[in-house]
Design a protein around this ligand. Structure first.
Ligand SMILES: [Cu+2]
Length: 68
């Protein structure tokens, strides 16, 4: 298991956090996601043998947010 904290801009409220969390949770191997619009971060616990971080980032950008 691994952990990464992504800097994500564009989240403005709890609804945005939920959008991002749902998008990331739908990716293979993701165990937990905590998004914070205040901090502008998305903390992800994942299984590095199953998770492709490029597709995690893509899932976030597809919802209209920017991964820095
Ligand atoms: Cu929002």
């Amino acid at each position: 298991m691994a952990k990464i904290v992504l800097k994500v801009s564009g989240m403005k409220c709890g609804g945005c956090e939920n959008l991002v969390q749902d998008a990331v949770k739908s990716c293979a191997g993701v165990l937990s996601v905590i998004a914070s619009h205040k901090a502008g971060t998305v903390e992800i616990d994942y299984d590095q043998t199953q998770t492709d971080l490029a597709s995690v980032k893509k899932a976030i950008t597809e919802k209209g947010f920017t991964v820095d």
